[in-house]
Design a protein around this ligand. Structure first.
Ligand code: DER
Length: 239
């Protein structure tokens, strides 16, 4: 099974939790994309009815529009019944790193407003501790003096061997281009960590203290169910 097939298996399993009449948070990324497609398929087949989708990014909004899923937003639906989304990392306590796709703020708003949040991953996303995959913990920051903010974040996690990098668009010629801009007009600083940052709640609070920080990509204690698709099958773990 390819990684994409594993993602699809996890996504389809998660859509079994979607019931007619639900307000559903639609995640962002290559795994959530399969869940959005599956929901539209069940709507077309009449197996699901009266679903309202709350997209977590403009990319997902466009995908859902093209698939005919009725959409709304948190202003109209402040309580979401169920959100389905991928993750970049999942630790044993179901804490997540999200945001490699740059949609962490809207994801955290929508998934934070959800009664249930089902995370769908292939087994490659499982880590012993947050930051353990050697990939980054993203932080959404305002463009104003973003290098100042990046420097403060790097200093904050100096003990964990942190290197903070402003995320830039990759140009057509592969060169580094302008800073990547999120759906909300902000930038992203990626924190590359060499060691465990320890107390995640304390780390979260410390990051959010900086005025230039909007939000970070650690989703702590938010997932209610984890669906992992691996070569040995699919596992479901409830919080
Ligand atoms: O960027 C995001 O938050 C995505 O949801 C990410 O966490 C998972 O993306 P993937 O399913 O493409 O790996």
């Amino acid at each position: 099974l390819t990684q994409d097939e594993l993602k699809k298996i996890a996504a389809y399993k998660a859509v079994e939790y979607v019931k007619s009449g639900m307000v559903v948070g639609l995640g962002t990324g290559s795994t959530a994309k399969h869940a959005v497609a599956r929901i539209s398929e069940l709507l077309r087949e009449g197996k699901l009815k009266d679903i309202i989708g709350i997209p977590t990014s403009t990319t997902t909004h466009e995908q859902a529009v093209s698939l005919g899923i009725p959409l709304s937003d948190l202003d109209s639906h402040p309580v979401v019944d169920l959100s389905i989304d991928g993750a970049d990392e999942v630790d044993p306590a179901l804490n997540l790193v999200k945001g490699r796709g740059g949609s962490l703020l809207r994801e955290k708003m929508i998934e934070g407003a959800s009664k249930k949040f089902v995370v769908i991953v292939d087994e490659s996303k499982l880590v012993k501790h947050i930051g353990g995959s050697g990939l980054a913990v993203p932080v959404e920051v305002v463009p104003f003096c973003c290098n100042f903010t990046a420097g403060k974040l790097e200093e904050l996690f100096r003990e964990a061997g942190c290197v903070a990098k402003l995320r830039r668009k990759i140009g057509s010629n592969g060169g580094e281009e302008a800073p990547a801009v999120t759906d909300n007009g902000n930038y992203v600083v990626d924190l590359y960590l060499e060691r465990d940052i320890g107390d995640l709640d304390a780390a979260s609070e410390a990051i959010l203290k900086f005025p230039g920080v909007v939000e970070h990509g650690m989703f702590l204690g938010m997932a209610t169910t984890l669906i992992v698709a691996g070569k040995f099958g699919v596992t479901v773990k409830d919080r």
